[in-house]
Design a protein around this ligand. Structure first.
Ligand SMILES: Nc1ncnc2c1ncn2[C@@H]1O[C@H](COP(=O)(O)OP(=O)(O)OP(=O)(O)O)[C@@H](O)[C@H]1O
Length: 921
């Protein structure tokens, strides 16, 4: 499974639930997968057909979505096609029937109407799975019910032994049950993940609809539209779409338009150009919907409040699908909340109207919230999140101002009660503002003592306060048909009973931006200020010149995509380009090792890409090879970004020479001695220098294998303890010389430096340092250990010096820093086996894993390393093998030769490297 993942998708690690779902499918179990948008559900049905080599059928609601998926899969070397009304190639059905595709998409209509002979023929060859994407469409309770989906259950009786898989990003409990029963699933495996999209920033602003705001928005967008990131602007009306589209176009931005009144062809063309990065911004109504599967959308802006939180989650969820930090801004005006009539237009029954109203009210609550937006959003889908805020929404990031609003709250609540509690907000607000409208005069509300007492605030200000009182439980809303009435809750009444017109108990409430700016006076530029600052999130982690390289590489990817008629993201994702820009691989093997680089890309475009990387890097004076070992395999995309960022930050603190030494040691597995004398160096450097470089890297937080390092410098637990004792005696770590003077000659400065670094970093010797007790006899000791024995016994609280002394001497014997001659003079243990190599051979690494050594016990005869023998041997280790272990197994062979062979195997995608372990594809 993992080889398939790397080979076709370029990734080396499955996301949490993916592996289990795939395993269940391979066991032929039905599955229901409910996971957030962009969480990687597609992989669950894309991998099994490749594992078993039989076609997987995928039902998908939209032709455009299928076309995009097929395009992307083809770029991965996967045989994919679709069947549906838009398919012009008449041979596809025939080929499909003969099992010639790995993955075959079809519309639900096609799946139901295709002749039974198609299924029986294909069944003879084998069908690996029957997946229903966007499975919520099958349920009448789902927000996107499609009648055609309901017919799919018929296929259950035809595709008897085929696992059915339903996948959706939005499904309540009710919908889930409906999907399972509609697809007649048998005891399905259900995977429900978090809906949290942690890489998305959520923000909301109120604004005044109009050209002034649009102009400001356009100015801001044109500042950061670079041609590599995409933005979607969702509008609630076609009029808004056209107005914003026109303004962006006039500003010279490559912008597309998409709405329901355009003809099919024009919409398809808009979609196509946007997907292929030929357009940078898309202004659309929500008609530009489900089929958007573009990973590098960095911003989704809602120009107007959406009709429900479900649709907001879906629409904003098109942002940042590749896991890179992205932003979702929602702009609303108060008038958006009065659109109930409009949204209720199609509702037939009162219940349906109520459902629409409640959805709109939830969206309104989201807009007006002063607490964590993510929590509100997740809570709406029944997901609990931690009590603390998310730290990635406007409310969490901006400190809330609070004010004692007891007087104003008193006036508003008293007014609501005075006018009978049967109105919406407009009536009490108008009374407070002293309106003399006909409605007010007729009801004689102008005679109320409260009339005109709240003139100093705008009507929006009062409404914003009302929503604070609602969210704090002082007021409550009731839906009656399409109307919402507001009344005072028992908490509100309690407050009123403890207050008088001239005295109110303090009531501190958050001051929202609407209240702060008093709505009407707000300048457009302030509204878009935050928008701008969050749009630059993605540029974190690059030096200026690396950022330049990143942009250039994206341009090159665009050119390549144009030349082969595909979308840039189908070649590889932005995150992959980011890692390429940071590591600048110079060989196919290194390129292959990057997350997101698949075999097809390497074989088809690898040489071209390497050439480009070389040329561009040279032009920018950047060294090739990069510094970071970007093993991106263990985490989600978001973590990958963090890894890259933190590595880059670390690299900035470390000189290139140190980074390079660390990379050679950590990534390539070279010994310190080898690095010091590397053939490409103009002159060798001291081993001590390399050791210092590596310790600096460790101190800067670079990934570090301490066991290997200590093994290489010959530091055992006993030496560690001896040094610790000396430090205690000297009483300071400032003077290395004094510490050294307390120790036997054979304990070097390098040992001391290593111990100090470990102590500083809190690395416990117990965990990583071997003890050499019992490996040598006491009588094999050289004579000069008396001084040391005092130290070691006192440190170790041992009765006699014997064992510790023995171990120290043994350890010293293994030390490679200027102590080789001395070590050679220590007699060998003879019968202790091959583990204790007292004479250091520069091509024989010192580490040895337990697992490998067990398998290799007694194998001292040099083995011939060929591509075939390496692959054959690697097959024994599902978890992989390190370079040192390979070298140890093929003992007697030069490290460079083995590296050459490994490099070829990686470049040919026969093996791959994950977490520094080599594995067979
Ligand atoms: N194991 C993985 N490692 C790295 N990236 C992955 C992995 N699995 C999936 N991805 C990437 O995550 C992105 C989103 O995946 P995918 O399109 O499958 O999401 P989805 O859950 O189907 O979303 P939606 O519900 O919106 O259709 C894609 O760019 C995909 O290549």
């Amino acid at each position: 499974m993992e080889s398939i993942l790397k080979k076709y998708f370029g990734y080396s690690t499955f996301r949490d639930y993916q592996k289990t779902v795939i395993e269940k499918i391979l066991e032929k179990k039905d599955c229901l997968v409910v996971m957030a948008t962009g969480s990687g559900k597609s992989l669950c049905y894309q991998v099994p057909p490749l594992v078993v080599g039989r076609t997987g059928i995928v039902v998908s609601p939209l032709i455009s979505l299928m076309q995009d998926q097929v395009m992307t899969l083809k770029q991965r070397g996967i045989r994919a096609e679709y069947l549906g009304s838009a398919q012009t190639d008449t041979s596809v059905q025939n080929k499909a029937e003969n099992g010639q595709f790995d993955i075959l998409y079809m519309t639900p209509e096609k799946a139901c109407l295709i002749p039974a002979s198609f299924w029986s023929n294909l069944l003879k060859i084998g069908i690996s799975l029957f997946a229903v994407d966007e499975a919520h469409c099958i349920s009448e309770w789902g927000h996107d019910f499609r009648v055609e989906y309901k017919q799919l259950d018929k296929l259950r009786d035809i595709l008897l032994d085929v696992p059915f898989v339903g996948l959706t990003a939005t499904a309540t409990e009710k919908v889930r049950i409906d999907v399972m029963s509609s697809l007649k699933m048998k005891d399905p495996y259900v995977a429900v993940g978090s809906f949290d999209r942690t890489n998305l920033f959520y923000g909301v602003k109120s604004f005044n609809r109009g050209q002034l705001f649009i102009d400001e928005l356009v100015r801001e967008i044109s500042k950061f539209v670079t041609g590599v990131d995409s933005t979607i602007i969702y509008c609630t009306t076609i009029k808004d779409v056209e107005q914003i589209f026109k303004s962006l176009q006039e500003a010279g931005i490559k912008v597309g338009i998409y709405h329901g009144q355009m003809d099919n062809k024009a919409r398809q063309e808009s979609h196509r150009l946007f997907i292929r990065d030929e357009l940078h911004v898309m202004v659309a109504t929500i008609a530009f919907g489900m089929g958007i599967d573009k990973p590098n959308i960095r911003q989704v802006i809602h120009y107007g409040c959406p009709k429900s939180l479900e649709s907001y989650y879906q629409e904003s969820g098109r942002c940042g699908r590749d896991g890179i930090a992205s932003v979702c801004w929602l702009y609303y005006t108060r008038s958006d909340f009065a659109k109930a009539d409009f949204y209720c237009g199609e509702a037939q029954t009162e219940n349906q109207r109520r459902a629409v109203m409640e959805s709109l009210m939830a969206a309104q609550r989201y807009c007006l919230a002063t607490t964590c937006r993510r929590q509100l959003l997740l809570g709406h889908f029944g997901e609990k999140s931690s009590a603390a805020g998310c730290g990635n929404c406007d409310n969490c990031l901006t400190s809330k101002k609070e004010r004692d609003l007891s007087r104003e709250a008193f006036l508003l609540m008293a007014c609501i009660i005075s006018c009978g509690g049967k109105w919406g907000l407009n009536m009490p607000v108008d009374i407070l503002r002293g309106s003399r409208s006909k409605k007010i005069l007729n009801a004689e509300f102008d005679k109320l003592p409260l009339h005109g007492l709240g003139k100093e605030y705008s009507s929006n200000w009062w409404k914003a306060l009302a929503h604070q009182l609602i969210s704090n439980g002082y007021l409550m809303e009731t839906v009656a048909d399409v109307y919402v009435t507001v009344s005072v809750s028992s908490k509100g009444k309690q407050f009123l009973s403890s207050a008088r017109p001239d005295y109110q108990p303090p009531l501190f409430l958050p001051v929202t931006s609407e209240m702060e700016d008093d709505g009407e006076n707000k300048s457009a530029s302030r509204e878009v200020e935050d928008f701008k600052s969050f749009a630059t999130l993605k540029r974190e982690g690059f030096s200026e010149v690396e950022a330049q390289l990143y942009q250039m590489l994206l341009e090159e990817r665009l050119k390549l995509a144009r030349s082969i008629g595909t979308a840039p993201y189908a070649i590889c994702g932005d995150e992959t380009i980011k890692i390429i820009a940071l590591t600048r691989p110079s060989t196919k093997a290194r390129l292959a090792n990057i997350d997101g680089v698949n075999q097809h890309l390497l074989v088809k475009h690898g040489d071209h890409l390497l050439q480009i990387i070389r040329n561009l890097s040279q032009g920018l004076n950047l060294s090739l090879g990069g510094e970071a070992s970007l093993q991106t395999s263990t985490t989600t995309k978001t973590t990958v970004t963090n890894q890259v960022n933190s590595l880059t930050n670390k690299q900035e603190k470390l000189s290139p020479a140190k980074c390079e030494a660390w990379r050679m040691w950590h990534e390539d597995g070279f010994s310190i001695q080898k690095i010091a004398n590397f053939p490409t160096r103009p002159a060798p450097i001291k081993e001590q220098t390399v050791l210092n470089y590596l310790l600096d890297a460790a101190r800067e937080g670079f990934q570090f294998d301490w066991t290997r390092f200590c093994d290489e410098v010959g530091l055992t637990r006993e030496i560690f303890l001896a040094i610790q004792g000396a430090i205690l005696k000297v009483g300071t770590t400032e003077k290395l010389r004094s510490i050294k003077d307390e120790l036997p000659e054979a304990i070097s400065y390098e040992h001391i430096k290593t111990v100090l670094a470990m102590q500083n970093l809190g690395i416990s010797p117990e965990l990583i340092l071997p003890s050499n007790h019992n490996t040598l006899n006491a009588d094999q000791l050289p004579n000069n250990v008396s001084e040391y024995s005092l130290i070691s016994t006192s440190t170790c609280h041992m009765e006699g010096p014997c064992e510790v002394e023995t171990s120290v001497k043994n350890s010293i014997g293994r030390c490679s820093f200027g102590k080789i001659e001395e070590a050679a003079s220590v007699p060998s243990t003879g019968g202790q086996g091959p583990k204790l190599s007292l004479v250091h051979d520069e091509d024989t690494p010192l580490t040895k894993r337990q697992k490998v050594s067990e398998l290799d016990k007694g194998s001292l005869i040099p083995l011939e390393a060929t591509e075939r023998s390496i692959v054959e041997w690697l097959k024994n280790y599902a978890e992989g093998v390190t370079l040192s272990e390979i070298l140890e197994h093929f003992n007697g062979l030069k490290e460079e030769s083995v590296l050459d062979l490994l490099s070829c195997l990686e470049g040919d995608f026969l093996i791959y490297k994950k977490n520094n372990m080599y594995r067979v594809m």
